[in-house]
Ligand binder design. Structure first.
Ligand SMILES: Cc1cc2nc3c(=O)[nH]c(=O)nc-3n(C[C@H](O)[C@H](O)[C@H](O)COP(=O)(O)OP(=O)(O)OC[C@H]3O[C@@H](n4cnc5c(N)ncnc54)[C@H](O)[C@@H]3O)c2cc1C
Ligand code: HEM
Length: 396
């Protein structure tokens, strides 16, 4: 239990954290990977290079410090992070390692300000936050293990089919090597996938959204070949180039707090590029549910050659009350519902359920920022908008 003195001391040192900024973050990770190189098997080392993950972790710690006396403000963020952590199989004992390096980082970077009182307060505060995560994550692990087809830790899967969906995206269907069933998931959730590329010293763990409705036997993920030749994404290229039918990979049970809500409200799915994968799971599930809900699907991509699942989505129009709009940055001959250029909500706003719809967004960060603003400008309320980012989370 934190004392009032701990709380006051943590709050008083927020400016110290803020002034040190990313220096703390960088120092922390360099320190942690030097002393605990085994954690390179857990963290995405490319995110370390690009600085995105370090920023996410420290934004979370700063938000925690700011809200340390009203923790209920953090519930949604804690759930989101806990879901992400469980897709990496983060374990309680790893919290002590992270906590140790966090405290030592503060000591090394601000030796004069890091008095015994500050150390005691931050140690207690971190301990409280760690306990919250350990409890929530423990419950998530346990509930997934209990469900039909559920499991704990990484489970081995065999690739039973590998199918190109467009120039850049390939689907992999995965079946458990043990032959058992698999747990159902909510459409929009993702798998944590682990692979050790041949010749590499470290495991790579990445998240991939499940790209069709649950069937109890297999999972399908659809992976984009990410990044240009000089900065090729490690695992997506490896999956495309070296993982074939018959090969094995490992996966954690489905996780994630971005999923289609159970309701009667009209649904608007909005994606760009490979951000269409969770939308496929939602569309296929809506078909399975034989829903009467009006569904609009807005998708943007560079050109038709990169438009995955185009024919599949078209085929769903006979089973769903579905209207499809597509934007191509480079268009050929435009058909009905197709536009050239960037997605423009204003162009179709009269046909969208702006007041009572549920809006689901997934795509690159600049796209999401732009579309969210367009939706707000069109009169959609913030709480109607749900979104997923394919990388370290950031508030839009
Ligand atoms: C919840 C969630 C769901 C996801 N669902 C999907 C999905 O359905 N389909 C899908 O394809 N992806 C999905 N992703 C993204 C996926 O997890 C991976 O991030 C993606 O495949 C890239 O991984 P990688 O190993 O290929 O690239 P990484 O090696 O992790 O590199 C990431 C990016 O950094 C760039 N990069 C490389 N070197 C540098 C450098 N030095 N500095 C800066 N940048 C660099 C790479 O080009 C690449 O674009 C999802 C992510 C999340 C969090
Ligand atoms: C109280 C302590 C911790 C806090 C506040 C915290 C916070 C965060 C946040 C905010 C993210 C980004 C989540 C997102 O993208 O939605 C994240 C991701 C992650 N965390 Fe934690 N975390 C903590 C402890 C740990 C521990 C103990 C480990 C394991 C050693 C860990 C491993 C990871 C990994 C691997 C990721 C994903 C990194 C990536 O995508 O590059 N975290 N954490």
């Amino acid at each position: 239990m934190l004392s009032q003195t701990h709380i006051d001391t943590v709050k008083a040192t927020i400016p110290l954290l803020a002034s040190a900024g990313t220096a703390i973050t960088e120092h922390f990770y360099v320190r942690m990977f030097k002393h605990n190189p085994e954690l390179k098997n857990v963290f995405n080392m490319t995110h370390q290079k690009s600085g995105r993950q370090p920023a996410a972790l420290f934004a979370a710690i700063a938000a925690y410090a700011q809200n340390i006396d009203k923790l209920d403000v953090l519930t949604d963020a804690v759930m989101r992070i806990a879901h992400k952590h469980t897709s990496f199989n983060i374990q309680p004992e790893q919290y002590a390692i992270v906590g140790h390096h966090l405290i030592e980082t503060l000591r090394e970077l601000a030796p004069d300000d890091f008095t015994p009182e500050v150390e005691e307060a931050w140690t207690a505060a971190y301990g409280q936050l760690a306990d919250i995560f350990i409890k929530v994550e423990g419950e998530l692990y346990e509930s997934r293990a209990q469900k039909e087809g559920g499991w704990k830790d990484f489970r081995r899967f065999r690739v039973v089919s590998k199918t190109p969906e467009s120039e850049l995206v390939t689907s992999f269907v995965l079946a458990p090597v043990d032959g058992g069933p698999v747990i159902d998931y909510l459409p929009g959730q993702y798998l944590g996938v682990k692979v050790r590329p041949q010749g590499s010293d470290y495991d790579e763990i990445r998240q991939y959204s499940l790209s069709t409705s649950p069937n109890g036997k297999t999972y399908r993920i659809s992976v984009k070949r990410d990044g240009e030749v000089d900065a090729a994404g490690v695992l997506s290229h490896y999956l495309h180039d070296h993982v074939n039918e018959g090969d094995e990979i490992e996966a954690m049970p489905p996780a994630g707090d971005f999923f289609l809500q159970q309701s009667d409200a009209p649904v608007v799915l909005i994606s760009a590029g490979v951000g269409l994968t969770p939308m496929q799971a939602m569309l296929d599930t809506l078909v399975q549910q034989q829903t009467q809900r009006p569904v609009s699907y807005l998708h943007a991509c560079i050109h038709e050659g990169q438009h995955s699942f185009k024919e599949h989505v078209k085929s769903l129009q006979s089973a769903l009350n579905l209207t499809v709009y597509t934007w191509y940055e480079r268009a050929g001959e435009l058909k009905e519902g197709e536009f050239e250029g960037r997605m423009d909500i204003a162009a179709i706003k009269s046909q969208l359920p702006l007041n009572d719809g549920e809006f689901y967004l997934c795509g690159p960060l600049p796209f999401m920022l732009g579309i969210k603003q367009q939706l707000l400008d069109a009169g959609v309320a913030d709480n109607q908008i749900h979104y997923e980012l394919f990388g370290p989370h950031q508030n839009l």
